[in-house]
Design a protein around this ligand. Structure first.
Ligand code: KG4
Ligand code: ZN
Length: 352
């Protein structure tokens, strides 16, 4: 039997992602970002993101169909009528942004008389790995660490279609958000992750010992796999204030490197602790913060020491995208899952 041809729509944050897959095969992955419109605010403005999705959706769908048509060797764009299903992120994310994608997906599915699959954004991030055909099929169980501007979550995945357990998540800021906020404190532009990465290259990661949130013995009972980055951000701000009050220059490189080290340390330590405790020798990384060179290096080195293999999908599949949503739906269809009814809505706090 032919593998399902699915179009996925992702609008949970500031990326309008349209992806088309056939089973595990990626046919297109178009991403329009409203990042630049948010840059001067230092963070994503929900209303601006929602409006940008509305404007980007139609051209993005057309571009995705054209790309898929070309990849399939068709003379023109893939006809919408060829699709087997439509998939959409119904949560978690920004409510208004999600609503635009959900509305569009429903309209598309109803008008085409195709089944519609509402999927969870975080589970979608895990499913992105399915499209990494070079790495071979995702093996179970695996621990997944998802780190972006919107989320920082640690999950235990026994089966991406039926059994994903949230082990922990951030109690305050997401890791990417912490990078963005600390960059702002240092006077670096948004998004801050790549800027901190660049500044850190010339700094000493051991120069300043910044706090590792929720890693003390007393925290580990209740928050073993949870994260907290707002205390770290405050510690960086305080450290800089004291320097400036004393009339001393702020060593941007050292602050950036030491801050990055604190984030990376706590992320990798908790992920590998989860692997050890659950006896899982596999770790999957996802989310935009995975672009961080130091995070990849430390994760790979420490995982090797612990006998854990690490999978990192290509970055275009790590950041928010529609292909991961389509890939998850294709897996759900293959596993016999019934489509969603039209009764679902956007759910900004949708659990896994
Ligand atoms: O997944 P993503 O593209 O989108 C959303 O979260 O919406 O992640 C973006 C986040 C931003 O917070 C950005 O600062 C962070 O990922 N980021 C990085 C790096 N590149 C992007 N953080 C640390 N190091 C990087 N090299
Ligand atoms: Zn995401």
């Amino acid at each position: 039997t032919r593998e399902p041809l699915v179009l996925g729509i992702e609008t949970s944050c500031d990326e309008t992602g349209i992806g088309i897959v056939r089973g595990r095969t990626l046919l297109s992955n178009t991403i329009a970002s409203s990042m630049e419109q948010h840059a001067r605010y230092g963070g994503v403005i929900p209303e601006v993101a929602a409006r940008a999705h509305l404007e980007a959706l139609q051209p993005s769908i057309e571009a995705a169909l054209a790309e898929a048509g070309a990849n399939l060797g068709l003379p023109g764009p893939l006809p919408l009528s060829d699709l087997d299903a439509v998939a959409v992120t119904s949560g978690p994310g920004l409510a208004g942004a999600l609503m635009v994608g959900v509305g569009a997906a429903k309209a598309l599915a109803v008008s085409l008389e195709k089944p519609l699959y509402a999927v969870n954004h975080l589970v979608g991030h895990i499913a992105a790995d399915i499209l990494d055909t070079e790495a071979g099929p995702l093996e179970y169980p695996t621990v997944a660490l998802l780190v972006s501007g919107g989320h920082t979550s640690l999950l235990l995945v026994r089966d991406v279609t039926t059994d994903v357990e949230l082990l922990g998540e951030t109690m305050d800021d997401a890791a990417g958000e912490a990078f963005d906020k600390v960059a702002r404190i240092l006077g670096l532009p948004y998004p801050g992750g790549p800027e901190i990465d660049r500044a850190a290259a010339s700094g000493d990661p051991q120069a300043i010992r910044f706090p590792r949130g929720l890693s003390r013995a007393s925290d580990l009972d209740r928050h073993r796999y949870d994260f907290s980055f707002s205390g770290l951000k405050t510690a960086v701000a305080r450290w800089i204030e004291q320097r400036e009050a004393a009339g001393e220059a702020v060593p941007t490189g050292d602050v950036a490197a030491s801050f990055r080290e604190a984030v990376v340390d706590v992320l990798v330590t908790k992920a590998l602790d989860a692997c050890a405790r659950h006896d899982v020798p596999r770790l999957l990384l996802g989310g935009g913060v995975i672009a961080n060179r130091r995070l990849r290096d430390v994760a790979l080195a420490r995982a090797a020491d612990a006998g854990v293999t690490v999978r990192i999908p290509p970055l275009s599949l790590c950041t928010d995208n529609g292909a991961m949503i389509a890939a998850l739906a294709a897996q759900l269809i293959a596993s016999g899952r019934e489509p969603s009814t039209l009764a679902f809505g956007a759910d900004s706090t949708l659990p896994v």
